[in-house]
Design a binder for this molecule. Structure first.
Ligand SMILES: Nc1ncnc2c1ncn2[C@@H]1O[C@H](COP(=O)(O)OP(=O)(O)OP(=O)(O)O)[C@@H](O)[C@H]1O
Length: 820
């Protein structure tokens, strides 16, 4: 009896320990877990297309199976943390941070015990089952366990040494008790639910991304754990890059470790696997800047993983890019033009696409526009068609090659902030009646997706709201005449120029015009357009990024994807040609949980475009950007001088260009130009000289104006006078009051100079917009009504004119008839 009870006790203790460990694991931090440990072996019974069957002939891919992912120890459902309860339990006991963490462990393990009571019933059965397993298997497991313990220890130590973990995240050596730091940091809880690789989590801690964005939350499970293709649409700045980037990294890391583990189990030498030697992910973006940005972003999260990411874009020497590709990176991010140039030239790393597991179209809707589509189509046509019964794998019982491990069905990701999927396409995806490679000629990303081999059951994740625009964006308009746009732009930039601003133009000519004017007005700007050299484009972005209050004048080349933190304002100097471009332009501000504002300059010429835009977003009114009119006389004065200077400068440079053209051509046909100027030439030169001196005079006048900050007319240099009603002036008065207080202590300083500074204390446009009286809205209904009335009036006038004309004609006819 006694021995029976002692045996029972022994078994119970054993079971208790088991359960304690199991439940503790539920709460372990992902970063402190051994990644490749104890994953159950595939028994070959599941039909997941990503499973690996070592030694069998059904090898289709190197990914973990869904079951493996779900049942792996880090992947068990992480119970929600009841922060309040946890706090109550710990309250009073917590003396130090270290103590708090260890108590957290106790709490978790005790809750684990409670859970264990229900699991205990099956526990005995499990023990019995285990006894039945062959001895050989047990020994193998023991060996693995030892190895995993060692790895776990190393991993934890590494993390402790290297990771810049947030204060609340700490790693406790979990060697003996196998109890490592439980999830006590609610801030990262949502990430933990996504079950990402510890190395990825380490990057997320480093980047201080407290929670996944909604698109990341929706995409990661579908793409990383279910192996699905994804069509993703979410507002600008919502973290779409990582929504496809993290699943790619996750699967590559899983695969790598799975392979290593299986090889170790089989006693194979690791060197036989060279995972870096093939292209695994191809990401295509419409612009070079975006490709470079996506590369940087992925590199940042891939730090410490040995996964290499390389950009392949035009404007950079082909040789340099070929050198980069020689290193055989797993991930290539590129633009269609350069990618196709290298592919059609037979670049070995880019044409060996049999192992490509991920194909991504970022900003997919832009990609199908002219200038990209042909090359993209050629690239897509090069992708191998995946069939469920692909060619025979190249593995045998004892020999496993990289290509055989990596052959798998390809995942396709299509992302943008502005994707409009037709109902027909959605149905097709659902039914799985995709017709890859058969559909040609159609210029749509839907066709492209089909051709790229998008599979049935694709996850369509559309998180865009009705207006498609970011919630934290404040939109506004300034109604003005076409010729006054420069003045209003100057007003916004100089009276409110806080934070980074991007001014968008539709044409390069307009960009050149306002750049010249703003430069004359001493405003420091950078420009970006498609006719610039790549180096200059990158330089402009870098400089703009480096300046806290930088101003970038750009065409729509910068509308998509550009991720520059701290862009507070977007100005539409000219309205874009489509609603999509408007969304992307606005999306350069109010990114990643921050806010921003957009200001559209609307002239009567823009009326119809603006009406169409408003209709697209079902908008009924726009807020007017508040203008402090007392600034305008000075603004207009400066602008008028600037325009005159610009006109003269342009004329001069045009004449110079013409002259040098004449000289160049004369030289090319060996003609010697006569040095003696004709009378006409002399008059011209004289005029030029005169113009230049008048230009200089004007320049001096403008310089005097520019030497002092922009001030409202009612704003005396010496005394404060009236007009302190607008938020801008209100702010300036407050600043002045503060300054005056400071001045009391610094007696004897030049007061006048100090007062001159006031005008420079700007209010951010967003702040001005929020502080403005919300009443004066641009009521689109009212405008439409007015336009309708005007149209009616015009029509009536026309009709009247016609009637009068007809009457006169009849009269003339009558008179003619009378005369006869
Ligand atoms: N989970 C997160 N938490 C905080 N910031 C994040 C998170 N994920 C991404 N970010 C940051 O958000 C910014 C925008 O991300 P990203 O460029 O991927 O947005 P996007 O949706 O692709 O925008 P767009 O549509 O304009 O191209 C980046 O600076 C990125 O570092």
């Amino acid at each position: 009896m006694a021995s029976e009870s002692s045996q029972k006790n022994k078994a119970r203790r054993k079971l208790k320990k088991r359960v304690r460990i199991d439940v503790g694991k539920n709460l372990e931090r992902l970063d402190s877990l051994p990644w490749n440990s104890a994953l159950p072996e595939n028994d070959g019974s599941n039909h997941d297309p990503y499973s690996v069957f070592i030694g069998s002939n059904e090898l289709e891919g190197g990914f973990l199976t869904l079951e493996e992912i779900d049942e792996s120890e880090y992947g068990l459902e992480i119970p929600k943390i009841d922060v309040e309860n946890e706090n109550k339990k710990v309250k009073g006991k917590v003396k130090s941070k270290k103590r708090k963490v260890s108590e957290g462990d106790e709490n978790n393990s005790s809750s684990g015990e409670a859970d264990g009571k229900t699991e205990g019933k099956d526990g005995g059965k499990e023990l019995e089952d285990e006894k039945k397993k062959p001895k050989q298997n047990k020994e193998k497991k023991k060996r693995m366990k030892k190895k995993n313990k060692r790895e776990k220890n190393e991993e934890a130590n590494k993390l402790k040494e290297n990771a810049e973990l947030p204060e609340s995240v700490s790693v406790i050596d979990g060697l003996d008790g196998v109890e490592e730091n439980p999830v006590d940091d609610a801030e990262y809880y949502e990430w933990n639910e996504l079950r990402l690789h510890p190395l990825i989590m380490k990057s997320i801690y480093r980047l201080k991304f407290k929670e996944p964005t909604p698109i990341q939350k929706a995409c990661i499970p579908a793409a990383a754990h279910q192996g699905k293709d994804v069509i993703g649409a979410a507002e600008t700045g919502s973290g779409k890059t990582l929504a496809f980037g993290l699943p790619i990294l996750q699967r590559l890391l899983e695969e790598r470790e799975k392979v290593e583990r299986l090889l170790t189990e089989k006693g194979e030498v690791n060197e036989r696997i060279a995972p870096k030697s093939v292209l695994r992910a191809l990401i295509i973006t419409p612009t070079r800047e975006l490709a470079l940005q996506v590369t940087d972003h992925l590199k940042e999260v891939a730090k410490g993983t040995n996964v290499r990411v390389v950009p392949i874009v035009g404007g950079i020497s082909t040789e340099k890019q070929e050198r980069l590709l020689k290193a055989r990176p797993e991930i290539v991010v590129g633009t269609p033009g350069r990618l196709w140039e290298l592919m059609s030239g037979g670049e070995i790393h880019l044409v060996e696409l049999h192992s490509l597991s991920f194909f991504v179209l970022d900003e997919a809707d832009r990609m199908i526009e002219s200038g990209h589509f042909r090359e993209l189509q050629s690239i897509v046509d090069m992708l191998p068609i995946h069939r469920s019964t692909e060619s025979q794998p190249q593995n045998t019982q004892n020999c496993m090659t990289v290509s055989s491990l990596q052959r798998k069905k390809r995942q396709t990701f299509v992302f943008s902030a502005t994707l409009a999927l037709s109902a027909d396409f959605r149905k097709k995806l659902k039914r799985g009646s995709m017709n890859s490679k058969k559909n040609d000629g159609l210029n749509s990303f839907e066709t492209l997706s089909e051709r790229a081999g998008m599979r049935p059951n694709t996850a369509i994740i559309d998180l865009t709201n009705a207006s498609i625009l970011v919630n934290k964006l404040e939109e506004s308009v300034i109604e003005c005449r076409e010729e006054d746009k420069d003045a209003y732009l100057y007003y916004v930039l100089s009276a409110h120029g806080q934070g980074r601003t991007i001014v968008f133009c539709t044409s390069i000519a307009a960009l050149r015009h306002i750049s010249a004017i703003l430069r004359i007005l001493n405003i420091n700007i950078w420009t970006l357009h498609s006719e610039m050299q790549q180096r200059a484009r990158l330089k402009a972005i870098d400089r703009f990024r480096a300046n806290e209050h930088g101003i970038l004048i750009a065409t729509d080349a910068a509308a998509r994807g550009l991720d520059i933190p701290g862009v507070r304002t977007v100005v539409h100097y000219q309205l874009p040609l489509s609603a999509e471009v408007y969304v992307h332009r606005c999306g350069r501000t109010a990114r990643a949980f921050s806010d921003g504002c957009s200001i559209a300059l609307i002239s009567p010429n823009d009326a119809s475009k603006f009406a169409a835009l408003s209709k697209s977003f079902a908008k009924e009114s726009f807020q007017r950007f508040p203008i402090e009119l007392s600034y305008m006389p000075e603004v207009i004065k400066r602008l008028s001088l600037a325009h005159q200077i610009d006109k003269i400068t342009r004329k001069n440079s045009q004449e110079k260009a013409e002259k040098s053209w004449l000289e160049r051509n004369a030289e090319s046909v060996d003609l010697v130009l006569d040095d003696d100027d004709s009378e006409e030439e002399r008059v011209k030169k004289h005029r030029l000289k005169k113009a230049t001196s008048s230009q200089l005079n004007k320049l001096q006048q403008l310089n005097t104006l520019l030497s002092r900050p922009l001030q409202p007319k009612t704003f005396s240099k010496r005394y404060l006078a009236g007009a302190g009603v607008s938020p801008l002036l209100q702010h300036q008065f407050e600043e002045l009051a503060k300054q005056k207080l400071g001045e009391v202590s610094s007696f004897g300083e030049n007061k006048r100079r100090k007062l001159l500074v006031i005008g420079q204390d700007c209010v951010e446009p967003l702040q001005a917009l929020r502080g403005a009286n919300k009443e004066p809205c641009l009521d689109l209904k009212e405008i439409a009504e007015k336009r309708k009335n005007m149209d009616d009036l015009r029509r009536k006038r026309k009709e009247m004119k016609k009637r009068l004309h007809e009457q006169r004609r009849k009269q003339r006819k009558k008179m003619k008839a009378g005369n006869q």
